[in-house]
Design a protein around this ligand. Sequence first.
Ligand SMILES: Nc1ncnc2c1ncn2[C@@H]1O[C@H](COP(=O)(O)OP(=O)(O)OP(=O)(O)O)[C@@H](O)[C@H]1O
Length: 249
Amino acid sequence: MTPPDPIIRLESVYTAYEGADRPTLTDVSLAIEKGEFVVIGGPNGAGKTTLLETINGMLPITHGMATVCGQDVRKNGVQVRCRVGYLLQSFAFDPLTPFTVEEVVLMGRFGTIGLFRKPKKEDYEAVQGALSLLGIEDLAARPIGKLSGGQQQKVLMAQNLARNPEVLLLDEPFSNLDMFAREEINRLLAGLVGDGVTVLIVSHAFDDLPERAVRVVVMQEGTIVVNRECSPGEVEQVVRNAGREALHA
Ligand SMILES: Nc1ncnc2c1ncn2[C@@H]1O[C@H](COP(=O)(O)OP(=O)(O)OP(=O)(O)O)[C@@H](O)[C@H]1O
């Protein structure tokens, strides 16, 4: 039997921001299997967010090939984004944003519901399920803009989970969270990976990763310099070693 295709496959990908005179990602190749937990490290400006945006079909790929969930990212970005959850780095709502928490989480279902269609019972059930996974049912009726940064981050996580993503891209998801919330989200992520969801997480803090084998990817200057499996306890050392080697190169 032939093994299944990787759920994420990049082959010699170059990505450029609009108006930039040179590509931000250069010659990036990566194959991620379904259900892997991938930690992406590397210094500020190395291209970690750019890598997530590329996988999510948000940036023009100027060279190379990228498929996610079996879809060509260059041609079918919208279809890719329906199957991928993406938690943005340090996103904050305007205090006057006119939506409740429940409405913001329901927005995660829009790709499934379709434009101008009414949400169905199953959409509301998915919203309740996501709120309960994050332990924020009590916030459902609150205006999103009036919540704390950590609460907003949990709501955005719930929004992503409400769409039942096959791939979850998380850009520094712990930045606003207290230690208890971090532990809870980690348990949640371990459960999702156990259910076959593929998780990619950009982080600068590696102290409380789920207890399972992970793939660590280290980026520097727009390219991948390390890509290997290890235990969660080894991740920080792998990232540090890559940084030291770059300094002495
Ligand atoms: N919208 C943009 N337009 C042009 N260049 C950008 C844009 N966003 C990021 N860049 C550039 O792309 C490079 C990679 O940025 P990116 O945000 O991917 O880094 P990062 O590794 O996620 O950094 P950090 O750890 O600071 O979040 C940087 O040199 C940055 O200046």
